[in-house]
Design a protein. Sequence first.
Length: 340
Amino acid sequence: MASSLSSILWSEKIVSSLQRYGLVTTSFAVGVPRQFFTLPGAVFPTLARPPFYCAAGCGGLGFRHLFRMQVLKFGGTSVASAENIGKVIAIVTSALAHGPVVLVVSALGGTTDALIGAGRAAAAGDEAFRTTLRQLEARHLTAAEALLPSIEAQTEIQPWLTAQFTELALLADGIFALGELSPRTLDKLMSYGELLSSRLVVAAFQARGLAATWADSRQLIRTNSRFGMAQVEESVTNQQVADFQKNTTDNLWVAPGFIAADAAGHTTTLGRGGSDYTAAILAAALNAEKLEIWTDVSGMLTADPRLVRSARPIARISYEEAMELSHFGAKVLYAPTVQP
C-alpha cells in the first residue's frame, strides 16, 4: 500500500439515494429539504432519523455518547502484508476518534486467485492444489506472527488459522475426489480468503488493546442462491444488521467483504470486487454518515496511472458517472457498489 493511500469519500449523496435510504447529508450543495433533530447542546441536520450510534447510556442525559457511524473498506493490496495491515490499523484508530467504525476488508492480496486456482487444479485431478494451500497457510501464519507482538496473542490465533486450513484441505480433497467444482463449492472455497483476513485484523486490533468485534457478513447480508453473483435481499439484510447492532457494544466492527449467505445458510459471494459492495450495503443498512473506500491510488483518476502518467484526480463525481465508469471497465469501483 503506497504512502499516498487515500480515500474515495462518498459525502455528496445523490438525491435519489437519499430518498430511498434516508441517508444523512452534511453537504449544503445537495438540494434536499432539511429538518433538524435536536439534542441537548447540539443541532444536527437530518433527513429522516439521525445515523448515530449510541455507545452507552442513551437514556436521559446520556447523549454525550452519541457518535456518527463510519464505514471504511480496504482492498487486497491494503491488507497484502503485515506492514500494510499496520497502516490500516493506524487509519482506523484515527477514524475512531470521530465515532464508531465498521471496517470491511478483502482477502490478503492474491489469496482469492490462489484459492480459485487450487479449486480448479483439484477438479482437474492436479494435486498441485495441496502445495498452493500449504503456501497460503504459511503466508497467513507468517502474517499473524508479524502482526501480533506477544506469544500469547499468536497462540490464540494460530490454532484457529490451522483449523481453517484443515477445513480448506478437506473441501479441496472433496473437489479432487469428485472431479467437479460447482459454483456453490467455489463460493465456499473463495470465502476463506476474507474470513482469514478479517479474523487476523480483529486479532491485531485486540493485541493493541482496542476492542473489536468480528462481524460475520454471512450473518449480516442475506442473498438469493445465485452463487458467484448473488443478489441481495435488502429487507432481510437491513433487519439482520439492525439485530447485530443492538447486541454489539464495541465501537469497531471488522467484517469480511465479498461474502454473504442465502436463506439456507449456504455461503454466497457478491462477484469479484464485491468487498466494495459489502461496504455499501452495510453503510446503507446502518444509515452511516459516510463510506470511505481506500485504495492504493490517489482516488478516482482520469485514467489508469499505471498507463497514463498525466492522469489527474477527479475531485467530485456523481453516482451516475461513477456507475457508468465502473460498467465500462474502471476498476477503482465495483459497479453494484453505487446502488445502495
